[in-house]
Design a protein around this ligand. Structure first.
Ligand code: SAM
Length: 224
């Protein structure tokens, strides 16, 4: 983690998306204490399309994407609070208005807070691989997660994912291929970075500098 100090909370507030406490209900299904579906017009004050990044870490993707595409609203969800505040600081320092960051577990955030067909894209870059077999159940990519992605995407919306772990890539691809509502698209090609921040994410930069192969996936939700 960089030692750059984070800005005071009051300066970060415009970037922080507050979600109510979310917990699995008695049936094991996610249940917020009160209705919690986010209204994007209320959040952003406009009707621009919305894209979600899951597990944004230090926020490089959100930073670049929000700067490059002011006509799109970006939302990030990250389970670690210090990354939420770190990324909010980076966004606030650049005065970006089209991005918000939430601190929540995506496995609860998607079903509790995101309305059906309300997103133009979902981005999942370098999800934790949880190397040990007995820890695989902690992985984000599960049949339930993929089904939730399909639910929240609008028809024609896209799911973008990448990992450096070949075995996890095979699992992710199989789960995505299992969804009849999704059709595979050619993955984006790898371009040479022009400077040290010209990478998709912080983890992409780390792995490409190590010379590791990156496995990329792109799917589109079929029109109904
Ligand atoms: C390996 S890091 C990748 C970070 C970033 N996407 C990148 O490529 O630089 C995985 C990130 O996912 C976050 N994460 C893990 N489980 C999560 C969950 N259930 N909900 C939201 N974020 C999660 C972790 O805290 C971590 O920041």
């Amino acid at each position: 983690m960089s030692r750059r100090p984070r800005l005071p909370l009051e300066q970060l507030a415009p970037y922080l998306l507050t979600v109510p406490p979310l917990a699995p209900g008695p049936s094991g299904r996610p249940a917020p204490a009160a209705p919690a579906l986010l209204d994007w017009r209320e959040v952003f004050g406009n009707d621009h399309p919305v894209e979600l990044e899951v597990g944004f870490g230090k926020g490089l993707f959100l930073l670049t994407a929000a700067q490059t595409h002011p006509e799109i609203n970006f939302v990030g969800v990250e389970i670690v609070r210090k990354y939420q505040l770190f990324t909010a600081t980076r966004l606030a320092k650049r005065g970006l208005h089209n991005v918000r960051v939430a601190c929540a577990d995506v496995r609860l955030f998607l079903p509790c807070c995101i309305a059906a067909a309300s997103l133009q894209a979902v981005h999942v870059y370098f999800p934790d691989p949880w190397w040990k077999k007995r820890h695989h159940k902690r992985r984000i990519f599960t049949p339930e997660f993929v089904a939730e992605c399909v639910r929240v995407l609008r028809p024609g919306g896209q799911l973008h994912a990448a990992t450096d772990v070949e075995e996890y890539a095979a699992v992710m691809t199989a789960l995505l291929a299992d969804q009849p509502a999704l059709r595979p698209l050619p993955p984006p090609s790898e371009k040479e970075p022009l400077h040290d921040l010209d990478y998709l994410t912080n983890f992409e930069r780390k792995f490409r500098k190590q010379g590791k192969p990156i496995f990329r996936m792109r799917y589109e939700k079929r029109q109904a």
